[in-house]
Design a protein around this ligand. Structure first.
Ligand code: AHG
Ligand code: MN
Ligand code: MN
Length: 349
């Protein structure tokens, strides 16, 4: 399927393909598909469309909030990341195919089997990534990861969803993010390439703009909070010193919203680093709902993601909110950092 061909013309909209059409078409390739998965993804698109409209009004919400902490209906004004969490919980949790939900904003996994169902999917998300940037009108995002409930015979604690969810990233059956910026864009993979959609505000649908995205193997741009470099591992400091040499010739970009920094890298290449620091000795980003979904996307696009010891996607999480060091982006750029981490130093010119 392509944005410019394949689907033909529809009422003057040549090749218009919405995300729902795309998911359904992809699903048809799998004979065992039941439609449950596309219904689940539609829960995510509905929630994020609502959220996109809320993000756009963040300044207005603040004005209402400032006049006595209550909105026009007399309700307490909630912080946007709380609203995002409630929206996603509601819209995804409503899907009967979903057995449990996990979020950055909830301490434990929300087990939906308690409501009398045994949905096979486990959905994890960071409802509003980069939320501290909301107040200054800088892009934010939502990240999601989808796992399948394992055959219970694999687990000693049969049926314990808190344990069932602790699966390595390679087992994700879907992952993606929504970036709330000048335009709202959704990028997803179900293990068959990475596809990008933009929300067309006039028709209210996510429309396909790019299929099978590939990340350039090389791009001399790094993205890191360099104010922390005093406590980065010595090998990372050596790498950053090298990038600043005239011979290496790197540039730097850092938004401070992971989704925004990642999106730039996916589209243009480069590398994002969040190494261990004194304040965050295991890194800052969360393995299960930040690093894993982005690592699946980058690998599907031909890039790579490591924690300094190995592939992010092969890490078996020990707890839901586990953090990890992260080096992610263009394949060759990640390989250069890996070379430094292994003590090999700068690549041959
Ligand atoms: P969240 O808002 O979901 O807690 O995530 C914030 C993260 C991520 O978006 C960003 O890459 C990183 O924090 C920035 O951290 P520093 O401020 O330490 O650079
Ligand atoms: Mn985040
Ligand atoms: Mn968050």
């Amino acid at each position: 399927m392509s944005a410019t061909g394949g689907a033909g013309s529809f009422h003057g909209l040549p090749g218009l393909i919405t995300i729902q059409q795309h998911i359904i078409a992809n699903q048809r390739r799998h004979s065992e598909a039941t439609g449950e998965f596309s219904f689940l993804l539609s829960g995510i698109t509905i929630a994020t469309k609502v959220l996109a409209s809320k993000v756009r009004k963040a300044g207005l919400v603040d004005i209402f909030g400032a006049t006595g902490e209550q909105n026009v209906q007399g309700e307490t004004v909630q912080k946007l990341d709380r609203i995002a969490n409630d929206l996603l919980m509601h819209c995804i949790g409503y899907r009967r195919s979903v057995g449990a939900l996990a979020s950055e904003e909830n301490e434990t996994v929300v087990d939906l089997t308690e409501t009398g169902r045994a949905g096979k999917y486990l959905v994890l998300f960071d409802p509003l990534d980069g939320s501290s940037n909301i107040d200054v009108n800088i892009p934010t995002g939502t990240i999601f990861s989808i796992l399948v409930r394992p055959d219970r015979s694999e687990w000693s604690e049969a049926g314990d969803v808190q344990a069932e969810i602790l699966q390595a990233g390679v087992r994700q059956v879907g992952a993606g993010y929504v970036l709330y910026s000048g335009a709202t864009t959704l990028v997803y993979t179900t293990g068959n390439g990475v596809h990008q959609f933009v929300l067309d505000p006039e028709i209210g649908a996510f429309v396909l703009v790019k299929e099978r995205i590939t990340v350039p193997a090389r791009k001399k741009v790094y993205s890191v909070n360099e104010a922390n470099s005093g406590s980065f591992p010595a090998e990372v400091r050596r790498y950053l010193d090298w990038t600043k040499t005239e011979a290496a010739g790197y540039s730097s970009r850092y938004v401070g919203s992971f989704v925004a920094d990642f999106h730039r890298i996916l589209m243009q290449g480069g590398i994002f680093l969040y190494p261990p620091t004194a304040k965050a000795p295991s890194g800052k980003l969360r393995l299960m709902y930040e690093a894993n979904p982005m690592s699946l996307l980058i690998e599907q696009a031909g890039g790579s993601a490591i924690d300094g010891n190995g592939r992010i996607l092969e890490k078996t999480p020990k707890k839901l909110h586990e953090r990890t060091p992260l080096y992610i982006g263009s394949k060759d750029e990640v390989a250069v950092v890996e070379g430094f981490l292994r003590g090999k130093g700068a690549p041959a010119a």
